[in-house]
Design a protein around this ligand. Structure first.
Ligand code: FAS
Ligand code: PHB
Length: 384
């Protein structure tokens, strides 16, 4: 069996890459270890930058996103008993974000690939990478797929990055001393916009998925387990952290899903080796405070698609050779912004009283200076 691009992983990166390559007349096969139902139900990101929305709409997979996505023109920073709106329409006119669950993006992409006769294989076992230096191929479940190029879109725990020989990749990483407990609840949002809250009890985020479904996050200890967080405790803690301004009451409802996500930052350089190109979480992880993970995956895929099109259309390898450098500039900007938002809004146990005063002073500055607020706004909606 042969294809031009062998893609490992049917998350946003792998599926979007397969779709964009198809639009350029380039063949691919997507190999996914999980079931279709699993990847379509996996609750993850919720905020799409303008660039991500534009990419999906221009690629013809944004129709439901346009219909059901929730455009947002600001966020609230809530601390010290008061709320402060970061108004995108004032600070970065014409730019906004759209709230639309990652699982919805995945559903739209799978539907588009299958409607176009795309080769997306689920529940594939034992994918392995071979011949990266010259004649690449993938093996899986007793089969072999010969390809010109392999795209590692298999996330942080995938097989593609580990297939690069020792000593080639430089790893940059930072683990945070806490995690996020993510909650999906069948309850109307208690706020029209996202609320990022800093309290002495810890960080909380009020997001949403639709007019009837809310998404919340609580900062919890790094070793927290879901079992330690029964629904009653979750609602009590969300209320304790979010009901910190006069007149705000958090509505509660049925919790449909909850899970603990570690908070880590990770980058490998370069994001390529031989005929292997890494995209999305296979190459980098950001703490989700800046809502960048999914958007970075889309940005990588835009660059990789143009590079592969140049290669297959006229044999030019210049863009492929420059793939990592082109991606890493945006990756590191998102890494810094995600670190900045995380340190600005979370409580660190080893922080001393001086450190906490610095944090509050920075929040005062960001919510009172137009220049400082613009820094947050332009990074949050996505750098051009
Ligand atoms: P993904 O991890 O989405 O997809 C990789 C795919 O490869 C998976 O389907 C996996 O099953 C498959 N795979 C792995 N190994 C394989 C193998 N050996 N063979 C075949 N297939 C294999 N980002 C945000 O912006 N905001 C958030 O709120 C947010 N919350 C998150 C919560 C959680 C629990 C996690 C884990 C991540 C979260 N992220 C968030 C980041 C997330 O959205 C990623 O950035 C995004 O999924 C990246 O997409 P991909 O690179 O496609 O990787
Ligand atoms: C989400 O809605 O899942 C979400 C929103 C903003 C973030 C992280 C997650 O910073």
């Amino acid at each position: 069996m042969r294809t031009q691009v062998g893609i490992i992983g049917a998350g946003p990166a792998g599926l979007l890459l397969s779709h964009l390559l198809h639009l350029r007349g380039i063949s691919s096969v997507v190999l996914e270890k999980r079931s279709r139902d699993y990847v379509e139900r996996r609750v993850r990101a919720g905020v799409l930058e303008q660039g991500t929305v534009d990419t999906l709409v221009e690629a013809g997979v944004g129709e439901r996103l346009r219909r059901e996505g929730l455009p947002h023109h600001g966020i609230e920073l809530r601390y010290g008993g008061a709320g402060h709106r970061i108004a995108f329409e004032k600070l970065v006119p014409g730019r906004s974000i759209t709230v639309y669950g990652q699982q919805e993006v995945v559903k739209d992409l799978i539907a588009a690939r299958l409607a176009a006769g795309g080769d997306v294989r689920f529940e594939v076992e034992d994918v392995a990478v071979h011949g990266l230096e010259a004649e690449p191929y993938l093996t899986f479940g007793g089969e072999r797929l010969d390809c010109d190029v392999i795209a590692g879109c298999d996330g942080f725990h995938g097989v593609s990055r580990p297939s690069v020989p020792e000593g080639v990749l430089s790893v940059f990483e930072r683990d945070y001393p806490f995690a996020w407990l993510g909650i999906l609840a069948r309850v109307a949002p208690s706020s029209e916009e996202l609320i990022y809250t800093r309290t002495e009890r810890g960080f909380a985020l009020h997001s949403m998925r639709s007019p009837t479904v809310s998404r919340f996050y609580l900062q919890v200890p790094a070793d927290a387990t879901v079992e330690e967080w029964p629904d009653e405790r979750i609602w009590a803690e969300l209320k304790a952290r979010l009901e910190s301004v006069p007149g705000f009451t958090l509505a509660t409802g049925e919790i449909m899903e909850k899970g603990v996500t570690p908070m880590r930052a990770f980058v490998v350089e370069p994001m390529q080796y031989g005929r292997l190109y890494l995209a999305g979480d296979a190459a980098h992880i950001v703490p989700p405070t800046g809502a960048k993970g999914l958007n970075l995956a889309v940005a990588d895929v835009r660059v990789l698609t143009d590079a592969l099109a140049a290669y297959f259309e006229n044999g030019s390898t210049a863009l492929l050779d420059g793939y990592s450098e082109a991606c890493l500039k945006r990756v590191w900007r998102a890494q810094h912004f995600s670190w900045w938002m995380t340190t600005l809004l979370h409580t660190f146990e080893d922080d001393d009283p001086y450190g906490r005063r610095l944090q509050l002073s920075y929040l005062d500055y960001v919510t009172s200076s137009e220049a400082a607020a613009t820094t947050l706004a332009e990074n949050y909606v996505g750098m051009p």
